[in-house]
Write a protein that binds this ligand. Structure first.
Ligand SMILES: Nc1ncnc2c1ncn2[C@@H]1O[C@H](COP(=O)(O)OP(=O)(O)OP(=O)(O)O)[C@@H](O)[C@H]1O
Ligand SMILES: [Mg+2]
Length: 214
């Protein structure tokens, strides 16, 4: 599996396919028994998550990706605890330019935000560490269609404005196919398809079996 620089690579597949496990493996959370993970050609297999993060990989996990009891600002500060005050403020302002709605909520407890706002915050938290590669695990699941669209538009914006490399796990396959440059279909831990989204759409058998109507 290859995630090209400054492109969106989508990973889709049924529940329990191993999508989260794949992201956990990349980020050093799950044990790896076979295969290697290369980042810009250098082997990061088996490194601890904080080392992988230091190399520029950000991870928005499927659950528990914000601290609900802390304010929005505290969430951002915690993500950038290694920065001094001045650098933090600079970084925060940079990230808030990408997520302007969050400016209104800085003093609010993160748990009181709407579902969509919370997903935006989770991505903003990851952006505080200035990643070059971002792993996004189902950032749109359970959101209203309008918010799904907004969050995915933000993902595209991150790619286009910052040149981020994005690995996007998505439950809404059709949405993922719309914005992805490349897509992998994962079933029971195996890659059943890898290629351009429009190529996958030609495989009616795979779509019918694993994705329902796209
Ligand atoms: N720590 C674990 N110990 C044992 N089995 C696990 C563990 N974590 C995940 N699994 C199993 O591995 C399989 C893949 O799980 P994973 O969470 O990666 O799937 P997924 O594709 O992300 O699914 P979903 O779309 O529901 O998030 C599942 O059968 C799951 O129950
Ligand atoms: Mg998952």
């Amino acid at each position: 599996m290859v995630a090209e620089r400054s492109k969106i690579t989508a990973i889709i597949g049924p529940n329990g396919a191993g999508k989260t496990t794949l992201l956990n493996s990349i980020f050093g959370i799950a044990d790896i028994f076979k295969g290697r993970i290369l980042l810009n050609g250098s082997d990061i297999t088996g490194l601890k998550p904080h080392k992988i993060a230091k190399r520029g990989v950000g991870y928005v996990t499927q659950t528990n990706n914000i601290f609900a009891d802390l304010t929005v600002e505290e969430n951002l500060r915690l993500a950038a605890h290694e920065l001094n005050k001045g650098d933090y403020v600079e970084k925060k302002n940079e990230v808030l330019e990408l997520f302007p709605r969050l400016k209104e909520f800085l003093g609010r407890r993160a748990g009181t935000l709407s579902g969509g706002e919370r997903r935006m915050l989770a991505i903003a938290i990851a952006m505080m560490k200035s990643p070059t590669v971002v792993l996004l695990d189902e950032v749109t699941t359970d959101l209203a269609p309008i918010m799904v669209k907004k969050v995915l538009e933000k993902v595209v914006e991150l790619k286009e404005k910052l040149g981020l490399t994005i690995l996007l796990v998505e439950q809404y396959a059709h949405r993922a196919l719309e914005i992805a440059d490349r897509v992998y279909l994962l079933v029971s831990g195996e890659i059943k398809f890898g290629g351009e989204p429009r190529e996958l759409l030609k495989h009616e058998d795979l779509i019918g079996l694993y994705l329902g109507a796209v």
